[in-house]
Design a protein around this ligand. Structure first.
Ligand code: GRG
Length: 294
């Protein structure tokens, strides 16, 4: 059985790697690198990279082989948050309890910092892929990462989101939007872990099922927190969905029903973990995400 890691150990490992992996070169002008680092090291929960590492470990792989892919997905997630906060998108001024990137560095540099994190994610993953003993797995992981982040994944979800603003959308549209906007990166995180860990086809299918259920549950809890959270704990303003006229699970179904659905999806996600031995850490993490406060 592979060595187990606690949540704190995973977070420390990921933070250490993220802190040291950005390029040093900035042609004498460090502002964009500073903005990248400001957002990347700003205290996120690191759920996506943890999923990559833990799925790799549960498949019997070495998490060192998955670490660059784990960091790459966190860079892509961070870029999406920077761009999502921009005035032309959600125009949010706080993120993770601090001024958003565009508030701290200005809109142009925030845009560039997001672009740079997106492109560096692929540069970094590819560089480390060349060092792996099985480049085939690495190429497969990069393919998963690119398709989930792109127009058929997260960006596609953001387009549905923008098109839906100010309208009351159907539950079907909301599910499609959430599965792309939020679910796609979570799916990429889990699936890349099984690919680098050389999981069986059954384990890859189970990871996808897990991520689809967790992705929906994660977004529903995000919708609930937008109404119920303590602003200081959430690290950004509450009530922004209502203010921007967004349909959410809460606006369509109410708080109680939304939480019930999130709990059911969480249970279904946990059931998918039967395909993995030594799944205790992920069962506990998945449960904790359904009742998270930020
Ligand atoms: C590329 C502009 C652009 C947008 C893509 C992902 C996304 C669409 C926008 C980001 C904002 C958002 C509400 C996304 C939904 C996913 C979600 C709940 C993100 C927050 O993730 P956490 O809770 O954040 O993991 P931390 O701060 O812990 O990393």
């Amino acid at each position: 059985m592979n060595k187990r890691y606690s949540l704190d150990e995973y977070i420390a490992l990921i933070n250490q790697k993220l802190d040291s992996c950005l390029p040093a070169c900035s042609y004498g002008e460090p502002v964009v690198l500073e903005a990248m680092k400001y957002s990347l090291m700003n205290g996120g929960k690191r759920i996506r990279p943890i999923l990559t590492l833990e799925f790799c470990r549960m498949c019997g792989g070495d998490i060192d082989d998955a670490l660059a892919f784990a960091c790459a997905i966190e860079m892509i997630h961070t870029y999406s948050l920077i761009h999502d906060d921009l005035p032309c998108m959600d125009n949010d001024t706080m993120r993770r309890g601090k001024p958003s990137c565009h508030v701290a560095y200005g809109e142009s540099y925030a845009l560039l910092a997001g672009d740079a994190l997106l492109t560096y994610a692929f540069e970094y993953a590819t560089k480390s892929a060349l060092a792996l003993t099985d480049p085939q797995c690495a190429v497969e992981a990069i393919k998963i990462l690119s398709s989930c982040a792109g127009v058929s994944g997260m960006i596609g979800g953001q387009v549905v989101d923008l098109k839906s603003e100010g309208k009351s959308v159907s539950l079907d549209t909301l599910q499609t939007m959430d599965s792309l906007k939020t679910g796609a990166l979570i799916k990429a995180a889990a699936l890349m872990g099984t690919v680098i860990g050389k999981g069986s086809p059954e384990q890859k299918e189970a990871a996808v099922r897990y991520a689809e259920n967790l992705g929906q549950a994660f977004q529903i809890v995000d919708d609930i927190l937008d109404v119920t959270a303590d602003e200081a704990v959430l690290g950004k303003p509450v009530g922004s969905d209502k203010e921007s006229g967004k349909s959410t699970y809460v606006s369509l179904l109410g708080l109680e029903k939304s939480q019930r659905i999130a709990d059911e999806l969480t249970q279904q996600a946990i059931q998918s973990l039967d395909a993995f031995q030594d799944n205790g850490f992920l069962i506990e993490l998945t449960k904790s995400l359904a009742s998270r406060k930020n």
